[in-house]
Design a protein around this ligand. Sequence first.
Ligand code: NAD
Ligand code: UD1
Length: 336
Amino acid sequence: MVLVTGGAGYIGSHTCIALDEAGFDFVVFDNLCNSSQESLKRVEKIINKKIKFIEGDIRSKEDMQKVFTTYKIDSVIHFAGLKAVGESVELPLKYYDNNINGTLVLLDVMKEYKCKKIVFSSSATVYGDPHTTPIKEDFPLSCTNPYGRTKLFIEEILRDVYRADNDFKIVLLRYFNPVGAHESGTIGEDPNGKPNNLMPFIAQTAVGKREFLSVFGDDYDTVDGTGVRDYIHVVDLAQGHVNSLQKIAALDSVLTVNLGTGNGYSVLEMVSAFEKASGKKVAYKIAPRREGDIAACFADPSYAKEVLQWQATKELNEMCEDSWRWQSNNPNGYSS
Ligand code: NAD
Ligand code: UD1
């Protein structure tokens, strides 16, 4: 049985479908602080199966023990965490407590129940401002905000756990920019309040919830001056977790892998791709650069292909079409 912490969230809910398709039995554990059970209800419709769900907090040893006592957990996919960069600057202790302390409690209980396989959601944010692109896994690591530091610290903690006990099997997945939604249009990204990330902001502008997109800077050294990122379809990303689980038992060291497409698109390229896919106009205004942003960030995805036999399959038009289907069918997300 696979434990999916944070499984009611954006990436977790899509991963539940991929796990089911690959024949894995799983249980979702989530405190619903940034999600609702509605996502899982919709996943149940897609997979035509009831999902095992336990509501609880990864920081609570009792909650975690309940999961491991109720089910025989063989491996963990650890999505649970807070992810808003701006909020992490305002409330660093909240992020260190939730993400780091939560992971420590999870690892402690995993040890207690002799469960030693874990796939962790890291982020391309651990590369800081990369000296060049595309980014390879052995590039220097750094970070500029508490959220990023939680990812970097947890990576280090997991490496120490492996050093102390080589029976641990650990995969660190560094996601680039997840976008898109399941093709049914029934599950997707449902940010609280004003979105920080580009794709949900574009989608909400197209659907009429936002007046215009602020393009943060047009004087970067990129194709058109706007920031370039590696957008990856969430369904491809979900599959990366399944491939990781299929390989994890054979690992003899901590596996660290980029999950990206290898293609970089600028903000203005994203706007025009979304307009094409949705048939809607996306109004935008050029605004000052956002603090902490970098010019360009995209993956060298070759290692994922080599070690996980994984590569992204979905192109930008599919990412935009699927985001639009989710957004237009659910203008207010899961509360629509
Ligand atoms: P999300 O907020 O949609 O999902 C995270 C889930 O974890 C939510 O359902 C939330 O309720 C749950 N959660 C948070 N703290 C918890 C706690 N203490 N106990 C139990 N459950 C808790 O986010 P997502 O986009 O699906 O991201 C999943 C993971 O991937 C996160 O760790 C995030 O940092 C990481 N990540 C996300 C992105 C991205 O752009 N979405 C990029 C890189 C890495
Ligand atoms: C953000 C996070 C990063 C996280 C990543 C993936 C910040 C500072 N960084 O990075 O930690 O790992 O998401 O989840 O939040 N943009 C606009 N207008 C907007 C929103 C974004 O022009 O309203 C631009 C940005 O300047 C950037 C690009 O769009 O060039 C993508 O932005 P975003 O979706 O926030 O992702 P990242 O900046 O990669």
